[in-house]
Ligand binder design. Structure first.
Ligand code: SF4
Length: 240
């Protein structure tokens, strides 16, 4: 790892505010002077994540806040959903003349978070990206540590860790883990995200962020209404 880091002058550590990037941050402590922490503010970040980023900013020599654009992305491409009926895509809406515009969650994240981060790192001349990606993650990029693309090398020091390794490491380092993990299975990037249903965001929002909960529920209601026809047709077809 040291050899890889020593080869580069422009290094980004991608920070999300979740447990993995927090553990990564502490694991990389001796290299802080050489690297820049990058965090994308989606424009709909949780206040507890902003607080954590403020703390990190006070600790590390270099931190860049990238402006994400989730509200604008949702305005243009629709609310994110884990199920997107054909009728709620741009063509479906254009042909019927009505409907709630929706996009799949990965497209929303790419547009709101990942592209702005990538563009900023490219503009800054970054040649090494350090990320807290683990092989045990259900959702991860298909690349491995050591991958090089478009002049950027990727380093994943937690690649062989699992979730319990991460929590154990944070405990050993006496670093408080984000509160999300006491209630949810992941650390969410956006307060009003209407996708990633498996994370269990509803109960957390209801308890700690009632206003965002209302918006969340109103988006889920729109998804529920929009998917009913497609699911009813599917249920007739399956098993025929
Ligand atoms: S977390 Fe949800 S709302 Fe935020 S960018 Fe990703 S899909 Fe969109």
């Amino acid at each position: 790892m040291h050899d890889v880091i020593n080869k580069h002058d422009k290094i980004a550590l991608q920070f999300s505010g979740g447990k993995d990037s927090l553990a990564l941050l502490y694991l990389m402590r001796e290299h802080w002077p050489k690297l820049t922490v990058y965090w994308t503010d989606t424009g709909d970040a949780f206040p507890e994540t902003r607080e954590l980023v403020d703390k990190v900013e006070a600790m590390v020599p270099n931190l860049v806040r990238v402006n994400g654009n989730q509200p604008e992305v949702i305005r243009v491409y629709g609310i994110p959903s884990d199920i997107v009926p054909a009728a709620n895509t741009p063509i479906g809406i254009a042909s019927r003349g009505y409907g709630v515009l929706m996009q799949d969650r990965y497209s929303c994240c790419m547009r709101s978070l990942m592209f702005p981060m990538q563009e900023r790192m490219m503009a800054d001349g970054i040649t090494l990206v350090i990320r807290g990606q683990k092989n045990s993650d259900k959702l991860r990029s298909p690349i491995k540590s050591g991958h090089v693309e478009d002049g950027i090398e990727y380093l994943f020091p937690l690649e062989d860790w699992d979730d319990s390794d991460v929590f154990n490491y944070l405990t050993e380092e006496e670093v408080e883990h984000p509160r999300f993990y006491d209630h949810m299975s992941a650390s969410p990037d956006c307060m009003t995200c209407s996708a990633y249903w498996e994370d269990g965001r509803g109960a957390y929002l209801k308890q700690f962020h009632p206003e965002a909960y209302q918006e969340y529920q109103s988006r889920l209601n729109a998804i529920s209404d929009a998917t009913q026809d497609a699911i009813a047709h599917f249920n007739v077809e399956i098993g025929e």
